[in-house]
Design a protein around this ligand. Sequence first.
Ligand code: PLP
Length: 389
Amino acid sequence: MKKVYMDYAASTPVDKEVLDEMLPFFDKYYGNASSIHSFGVDAFNAVEEARERVAKIIGAKNDEIIFTAGGTESDNIAIKGVAFKNREKKGSKGYNIITCSIEHPAVLVTCKYLDNIGYKAKFLPVDRYGIVNLDELEKSISKDTFLITIMFANNEIGTIEPIQEIGKIAKKHNVLFHTDAVQAIGKVPIDINNLNIDLLSISSHKIYGPKGVGALYIRKGIKLETIAHGGGHEKGIRSGTYNTPGIVGLGKACELGFKRMDNDVLQMTKLRDILIKKVLEIEESYLNGHPTQRLANNAHFRFTAIEGESLNMLLNDAGIASATGSACSSKKLQASHVLTGIGLIQELAHGSLRLSLGRKSTKEEVEYVCNTIPGIVKKLRDMSPLWNR
Ligand SMILES: Cc1ncc(COP(=O)(O)O)c(C=O)c1O
């Protein structure tokens, strides 16, 4: 059976060039990067080269990058690291942290946790496209606010947030600005200086690198509380022996992502637009997310009187890998907080489908998907009591 992967927002295959660079670090250059002997120095040099490659993709300096175990950990270190440094503001009247209602759980749950232990967090609403309300953002800032954390691009509906404007507001009020750029890296050009970003999270497995490794950009001069205590690695913020193969993979993935971004974006945008045009020809189908301010690889739909999980399963039977909610929550059957966050009622939110493209997606794959979906939608509607035509 034909197999088509359209879930690149959940994870990507490791690029062959990335894998080739990683392999010698499992069995040839296996030293501990903190050791002073030659085995250690080989590993150390590779880690530092990777640091330079990661820094380059966002216009940062090498010593502003720390390595982590992925996007979730980067978000946790950034948000808790800033919050714990500002613990004297706990229990204050104004908001300490401002975020938005459609963040990835790595940010959302971390902010809820901090709110539960005495910090005050504001969860800004978004409009029907998923764009954060800038007026409300500015109005929510007080002398008690020390952090704004708003994602660069949404993992479910693909909406790109007005990061430049948010950066300006943060700078004007002297508040730190963290952004979860896990979905945006390699798809949107990012210059942390132009955008006034102070902290930025990266995950390797979304950009054709290995799973379980990521990075956090921390603007020079910003002090974070230690999150993982131990031997003092990564400026004492996050201890633990370096995952040298993983870090080398992340570095190579960033280098390739930087080099190939223009091509990737051009190609994915073309395919995405075909996908959107064709799928929207189905009666009572709609696009979720912003029509233009969206990631090049994201197409997110909802269909009246359809259960997204069933659609997902029938697509899987036809060899197509897709997603309903976010990758991490698609096994839960409650409606996604992102879809309810953009104002969809439960029934509509449940009828959603995410198709996400990647570097290897082809026109033939898109055609196969476009030809398969209408039949499945019809089949499900024929069985649905909600579809009375
Ligand atoms: C926007 C966003 N942030 C964070 C994460 C978590 O990254 P990781 O899987 O590397 O922990 C994801 C993964 O789905 C994501 O899409």
